[in-house]
Design a protein around this ligand. Structure first.
Ligand code: FEO
Ligand code: CA
Ligand code: CA
Ligand code: CA
Length: 637
């Protein structure tokens, strides 16, 4: 029962404009102009892109490591001069004192034991230093989803309430303490910080949609509390020291029945859920509990330092299949939160808080993300863009048009963005903010439906039909993140110049890759890029020369790219967090051995990968990898 996210993320039937008029290509950066002229039929993109050779002769590279070749080996590989250690694999105890059940390699741990162990399929992760240390801290990692074939000894056979509970306990977050000992990072157990947050943990709902009639259910008539978080992808640290995570593929958990409402349909619900929890937990039957799905798709905030705190869903930032959310601040100290929806033809958002960030950490900023203005992005063809207010009473977002109040606008953020004419993007994944230059970068991982049949065509920001490879876009807002106008361009279009199809060639200056996903600015202003080519496409067709999923470094000033790490078979590389001094980089290896056929037969759990245990008949496990330079220097420089 492995999962194929990439083929299921298209639920936007709205008809916002997608082919923008190209008015003044001469104003654009070279990379972008190439694509635009190609779109206009004025230049052969192969010739124009072929002019860019790998590297930049005569220019000193800032990427001071030896690039790796593509790999099809079932190992993590890093450049000479670097080392790494693996920790915190699925099933390890998080370290709650007196409750540390050992991992059982045959997957026979119970649901109650799973609630005390690392969950499955780690995605975003953040290192929170203790006392600003770079050798001691707390990590929170997301567990995006479960593979039931690996989670239970007999997979989905004999589906039961106990299996549903175990599955519910294998998603959410793990909070654990970690320390650098003899040049390797270890979990500290037991630890007062250790905690699991699962699909059964109580969350508070705050902001304009809290208590809304569309958030009320039989179990929660007030509409202010919900059990669990689902589909958590990317994560980030706020300036006040909390953890933010996005709820992405939550729609797969709900069965909406054959007679689906228009609202359920717009949010990608299906007649039958993917996970079949509803067979033993009725709240996931959306035909019976139509408002329960409205309580997912939010940005979630956790205080890593207080294991007794209640995690919060912040509705003011809007609802979506959020990859994650990333925070900076305006010149006068208000929080600016950028987020995107990883779904085909969905949107990019920005939220600006009403109040300023207060000194005093999490406790002083408990309501900061509950008040402010949400905007959605429109990328215009002239290289500028607008942040359109997603505000009740403005433009089409009126009671007359079916939006009773701001709560309803936020719960129906997709419909609101359709109505506003926002730009439909190629699956926005991670964002990262260069606070010095003001540029915000975002990976658009791929969208093979672009320009196909009934689907929207290309536009300036999403310039390739059948976009299998993805691109990295960047924008710079007026007025130091506060303005409602911006300029934008593409840092690069991913791909392989060896491909026949023009749209799959890309314009990378350096090492080739496809499907950028994780993205983070690291020491020295270098961009770290993690890839997620789906396992059904790895090492074949247009991806033949690209190898297993990998992590690369890009100098955004020159666009030079070098491959830094290659992952084991059928994994994706994700999570990305540095220690304050830049000497350790933590990443996650997610779903090693994912079945390309989506069958996930538990009788052959390591058919494709046996990482990281590499013993007979082991189950491949997602885990955290801590990377260091052998000489203790700063990573990447
Ligand atoms: Fe869960 Fe969009 O990655
Ligand atoms: Ca992702
Ligand atoms: Ca992805
Ligand atoms: Ca994935």
């Amino acid at each position: 029962m492995a999962k194929d996210f990439d083929h299921m993320e298209d639920s936007n039937p709205s008809d916002n404009p997608n082919i923008h008029e190209v008015s003044n290509p001469a104003r654009r950066q070279v990379l972008q102009t190439t694509v635009w002229l190609a779109l206009l039929g004025q230049v052969n993109p192969l010739l124009a892109m072929g002019a860019k050779k790998q590297g930049k002769p005569g220019t000193a590279s800032r990427l001071n490591f030896q690039a790796l070749p593509p790999s099809v080996e079932d190992f993590v590989q890093v450049p000479p001069g670097y080392s790494f250690n693996v920790m915190a694999a699925w099933g390890e105890a998080v370290g709650v004192a007196g409750h540390m059940p050992a991992y059982k390699a045959d997957a026979s741990n119970t649901a109650d034991e799973q609630a005390l162990q690392l969950g499955m399929h780690h995605d975003g992760l953040v290192f929170f230093p203790l006392n600003n240390s770079s050798s001691h801290g707390v990590i929170i990692t997301n567990h995006e989803y479960t593979d039931e074939g690996l989670l239970h000894p007999d997979g989905t056979e004999n589906w039961s309430a106990e299996k549903v509970r175990k599955s519910q306990h294998a998603v959410g977050f793990s909070v654990f303490e970690t320390r650098l000992v003899d040049k390797a990072w270890q979990m500290v157990r037991p630890s007062a910080f250790a905690r699991r947050i699962t699909a059964a943990t109580q969350f508070a709902i705050t902001g304009p949609a809290a208590g809304h009639r569309l958030m009320q259910t039989a179990a929660d008539p007030q509409g202010t509390r919900v059990l669990g978080t689902l589909g958590n992808c990317a994560s980030s640290m706020t300036p006040w020291g909390t953890y933010l995570s996005g709820e992405e593929n939550w729609s797969y958990y709900f069965s909406a029945g054959e007679k689906m409402t228009e609202h359920h349909q717009r949010w990608g619900l299906r007649a039958k859920s993917y996970y079949q929890w509803e067979m033993h937990d009725e709240r996931f039957d959306a035909a019976k509990h139509p408002n329960e799905p409205n309580r997912f798709g939010w940005i979630v905030e956790v205080d890593p330092m207080d294991p007794n705190s209640t995690p919060v869903k912040r509705t003011a930032i809007g609802r979506g299949a959020h990859e994650g959310a990333w925070v900076t601040q305006t010149g006068d100290g208000r929080a600016v939160v950028y987020s995107g929806e990883d779904a085909r033809f969905e949107y990019i958002y920005k939220f600006i808080s009403r109040d300023k960030i207060a000194a005093g950490g999490a406790a002083a900023n408990r309501e900061l993300l509950d008040h402010g203005i949400l905007y959605v992005a429109r990328f215009d063809a002239d290289g500028t863009g607008r942040w359109l207010p997603v505000v009740h009473g403005q433009g089409p977002l009126t009671a007359q048009n079916g939006y009773a109040d701001q709560g309803e606008v936020l719960i129906k953020a997709r419909q609101a963005s359709d109505a506003l004419g926002a730009t439909k993007m190629d699956r926005p994944e991670w964002l990262t903010i260069d606070r010095d230059s003001g540029w915000v970068y975002c990976t658009l991982t791929n969208n093979s439906n672009r320009g196909q049949n009934k689907y929207p065509g290309v536009d300036a920001a999403n310039p390739r039909a059948n976009n299998t490879m993805g691109q990295i876009i960047r924008w710079k807002d007026d007025n130091a993140f506060a303005g409602d106008r911006f300029v934008w361009n593409h840092l690069l279009l991913a791909g392989d110049p060896g491909n026949e199809r023009a749209e799959a060639k890309g314009n990378i200056q350096g090492d080739i890759f496809g499907c950028p996903d994780g993205l983070s600015m690291g020491p020295g202003g270098l961009l770290w890029i993690e890839t997620d080519v789906h396992s059904s496409q790895l090492n074949q067709g247009e991806f033949k020369r690209i190898g297993n999923n990998q992590m690369l470094v890009c100098d955004p000033q020159t666009a030079e790219v070098k491959r830094f790490l290659t992952g084991p078979n059928m994994c994706e590389i994700t999570g990305l967090s540095f220690t304050p001094d830049g000497t350790t980089l933590f990443i996650n290896i997610q779903h090693p051995g994912e079945s390309p056929t989506d069958k996930g037969d538990p009788k052959y759990p390591n058919q494709y990968s046996s990482w990281p245990d590499h013993v007979d008949d082991n189950r491949p496990r997602s885990a955290t990898v801590a990377i260091r330079k052998i000489d203790g220097g700063i990573i990447g420089l």
